[in-house]
Design a protein around this ligand. Sequence first.
Ligand code: ZN
Length: 199
Amino acid sequence: MDLRTATAPPAQPAPPPAIPPSAGKSVLHDVEQTQLAIELIGLGARLQVLESALSLPRVRLVRLYKELRGASPPKGMLPFSTDWFVTWRPNAHASMLLNAYRFMRDAGGLAGIRAVLSGYRVYREQLSVTGETAELSFTRAWTLVRFHENGMLQLARCRHCAGDYVVHAHGPRRHYVCGLCMPPARAGKGRKSPARTVP
Ligand SMILES: [Zn+2]
């Protein structure tokens, strides 16, 4: 028997019988999702937000929530409507947040909850410069982004300051003047409130 002719090309090493690739990925994915959940809970996100934004089972989220906040997550629906975001003071904050979110999404290449999270961090950083209190909780910020992505709220450019502000969808946008350039009339200054949009 001639060993040289019998020598077959070396066999491909058998793949390790260990974990199939998808299982490896799902472990990493799980860790990533848990880290995100911890960060979101730390920012005060409601359970509904976590459930909607993450793929972790509800029981896990509830357990994490209890462990981190020392209490059960509050029950009930998220109370916010689109109207809140267009009222005077919240509008400035909502606009700041939505601009930051869009920047993270479009220029930062982030998607979903990560874009909201990064946008929210920028929003909080901007406020910390002026020492202003945050009008938007993380849950509100997330709700705002959902309204925007669902086409219920949009941005309009103020013709005075050229800033982009949150307005109702399908509202007049062409001659929009923001609440900062034209604040609502205060008590004692007469009842006449200037029109914020010219048809
Ligand atoms: Zn303006």
